[in-house]
Design a protein around this ligand. Sequence first.
Ligand code: NIG
Ligand code: FE
Length: 420
Amino acid sequence: MNFESDPHASADGRWQPVRLAPGLFQADQVVAEQEPACIVVQQGRVVWVGPQAAVPAAYASLPVHDGQQMLVTPGLVDCHTHLVYGGERANEFAMRLAGASYEDIARAGGGIVSSVQHTREATEDALFAAALPRLQQLLDEGVTAIEIKSGYGLSLAHERKQLRVARRLGQACGVTVRTTFLGAHALPPEYAGRSQDYIDLVCQQMLPALAAEGLVDAVDVFCERIAFSLAETEQVFQAAKALGLPVKLHAEQLSNMEGAALAARYGALSCDHIEHLSAQGIAAMCQAGTVAVLLPGAFYTLRDTQVPPIAALRAAGVPMAVSTDHNPGTSPALSLLLMANMACTLFRLTVPEALAGITTHAAQALGLQDEQGLLAAGRPANFVLWPVQHAAELAYWLGAKPDCTIVRQGRIARRAAARA
Ligand code: NIG
Ligand code: FE
């Protein structure tokens, strides 16, 4: 029987026997692939990982959580979402089926701007209530850290409302939420024809105020011909830099603007989408240690045909992350495992690349590499026990909703049914 666990249940103790997903853990002693392993948790942190037969005597008397021989990975990290918004845009899905493109819809006043209208009309409580079940679906699949962007408010008050909801969601669900200010997502209707004025507002008023309120962990821009230019993007990056905030970029999604090279010059944590990324962009990202975030849900929804330059990214050693890009327009995706599957099937990632993409590299894309994305002694206890034989199954099943056990921030957030 499945049951929602007591949210206060501590994960402290020995988790055994479990099997460790290759490549996603650092053990204190060598662990062979199928060998029964043990994870020791104390005070919410992993303190030891290794073969069950080699658990140090100091931990031998700790209570045991039955790991049922399940496969353990670090908690999943969804590093690019627009989870907080009013309304939905199923009508645009129908329009696209009838032949309209994303750009056609945006130019006709739909797209992002339509979500802006619904987000502005919604109260903070209404936005929270709408986002909560979406977040819950991601969490039930093992997400232990998530990024949530603003960008559907496009005024100080409404961007604040979105970011406050994002913070509240993290507190209510006991999950790590990183907030990203995306004030430069689209031009709000009241600034039509006055793009520079809006960017000045973003840089001089919105960002400094929201940063001072502790609502901004990073800053993002939609750099695209239907959004903001390279020069406008750089102005936002300068404002972020002046406040000591890291930057990210929606880069080269619909065309090559050479945004990635600019972002890399500002030490960006990540460049996201990057279907049209150039060789120059790849070289710059490689040099800056910028993560390439692949968003196959948007690629699929828009029926894009321009595949990101995976082979070149791989050859250059640029870390690749995979995320849902959950948003009401281009990626109404609520399964990170499905995105891992799509990254393999549509973009030809290998399974180990896809799994690193939803864990280790996704954590890096958020600057959370010391807390998330790797199972290792000293890290906060964030891990998932999966009822699968092979790690490849995590990217293989389509829509499986595995009955997993989830340890989030040292607490047992979900417990799998006993296995025969
Ligand atoms: O990441 N590319 C721009 N922003 C979102 C889409 C937002 C929307 O259409 O509402 C994205 O795909
Ligand atoms: Fe996005």
